[in-house]
Design a protein around this ligand. Structure first.
Ligand SMILES: Cc1cc2nc3c(=O)[nH]c(=O)nc-3n(C[C@H](O)[C@H](O)[C@H](O)COP(=O)(O)OP(=O)(O)OC[C@H]3O[C@@H](n4cnc5c(N)ncnc54)[C@H](O)[C@@H]3O)c2cc1C
Length: 380
């Protein structure tokens, strides 16, 4: 009988893992990939939707298009995980696994920031980005605040990108002089592992008149007064609030008993959890890397190589190196890149690559080739 691999979550991590297993083992493996959604959307596509560069429909990659040997994709919601027994319950049934991989990502805890749901807008979900696509074109004067409600949060450069793209949008409509933009971030700098990247972003903020409030988080929003209250008690009045909610592992993962301090602890070299035959990859895990798709994907590759080696009797693969490159929108159609290395050497490094037209093309290729590989069709 083939090894039954059950993968929970068809995001960056789950898609890469399932694709690699299918490519290497074909019908010699029995992979079940479960996701509650009917489509995958790249994180960066949320910014495209929010600023009207893409429609929500154009950025959806439908799971029904996946047809790979050894892999079946189920649209079900995971309602319980028993990591000891490697049994998963969903709204449609029960799945028993020889190998269980939890790749359920990070969820948003809107209640952790009182007032955010009523007074603000978040841009970290497709629905939130879609809503903002209707609101931003109407914003023509006043104070826009981009505010992060807690760390860690997905894709640390994303709120900086939001500030720069908002500045672009306001300039394009000729209303920038009537608007102020402030950006509140709990980190000391926009991209702490890369001082060069942070310096480049801060220079861009300065040049565009964007006020950076670093080392502070948005603690609550007062809907009646349209005020964001920061964690040091400062009031920041706003006319438009664009928020990044506090993150945490999905409830079903917390209820499974697998988490510590909100996320699933793993051995960063192998992505193994403390449960036999159970791995966790991506934003749901604490692997010592930032929460971003490229790291979820890199971790998934390490798990896939271990499972392939087990099946074929090969040598154990190299440890996860915590390396990944993130593209950063600098506004005005420019894209830069930061190359992060968190685990392979003695210190964490982040190397900055200044915006260039080559990087614009590289970012497009990044999405297109993953869309093609995972879904069998290029991204629209
Ligand atoms: C605005 C923005 C911009 C970003 N830009 C980038 C970027 O440029 N580069 C980059 O690398 N990363 C970027 N990211 C981050 C990236 O999207 C995430 O870090 C990445 O998706 C994490 O991958 P994952 O596999 O861990 O989880 P996810 O991709 O979040 O996948 C988790 C999956 O689990 C499913 N799920 C959750 N709960 C359940 C349940 N109970 N039952 C069934 N299914 C469930 C979800 O539907 C989801 O499909 C960005 C994020 C945002 C918000």
């Amino acid at each position: 009988m083939s090894t039954r691999v059950v993968v929970l979550g068809a995001g960056f991590g789950g898609l890469e893992l399932s694709t690699m297993l299918s490519e290497a083992l074909g019908d010699d493996v029995d992979v079940t990939l479960i996701d509650k959604s009917d489509a995958f959307v790249f994180g960066f596509s949320k910014l495209d939707v929010m600023f009207g560069r893409e429609t929500p429909q154009a950025v959806r990659l439908a799971y029904r298009d996946i047809a790979k040997p050894g892999l079946r994709v189920l649209q079900e919601t995971v309602t319980a995980i028993d990591p000891e027994a490697r049994v998963v319950t969903t709204d449609a049934g029960v799945h028993e696994a020889d190998v269980l991989v939890v790749a359920l990502g990070a969820d948003y805890d809107m209640d952790a920031t009182p007032g955010l749901a009523e007074a603000g807008n978040e841009f970290y979900t497709v629905a939130g980005a879609e809503r903002l696509a209707g609101i931003i074109p109407e914003f023509s004067e006043g104070h826009a605040v981009i505010g992060v409600a807690g760390a860690p949060f997905k894709c640390p450069p994303a709120p900086s990108e939001c500030a720069l793209l908002l500045d672009d949008a306001l300039r394009a409509r000729g209303v920038r002089d009537a608007c102020r933009i402030s950006f509140v971030i709990p980190l000391g700098t926009p991209v702490p592992p890369s001082p060069e990247t942070s310096a480049a972003l801060m220079a861009e903020f300065d040049q565009r008149g964007i006020t950076l409030i670093a080392g502070r988080r948005v603690a609550s929003l007062d809907a009646a007064r349209s005020v964001a209250v920061l964690d040091d008690g400062t009031d920041l009045a706003f006319d438009l609030f664009l928020g990044v909610p506090k993150h945490r592992a999905p409830d079903v993962v917390i209820a499974s008993g697998m988490t510590e301090n909100g996320y699933v602890p793993v051995d960063s070299a192998t992505l193994r959890t403390r449960y036999d035959g159970v791995y966790a990859v991506g934003d749901v895990a604490t692997a010592g890397v930032p929460k971003a798709g490229v790291f979820a994907e890199g971790a998934a590759r390490v798990v896939a190589r271990q499972l392939i080696a087990q099946q074929r009797g090969g040598e154990a693969p190299a440890a996860y190196d915590g390396r990944g490159s993130c593209y950063i929108e600098f506004g005005a159609g420019r894209v830069g890149r930061v190359d992060i290395d968190f685990l392979s050497g003695p210190v964490k490094t982040g190397t900055f690559n200044a915006p260039s037209s080559a990087l614009v093309a590289e970012k497009d290729e990044f999405g297109a080739c993953r869309g093609a590989r995972w879904f069998g069709a290029p991204v629209a």
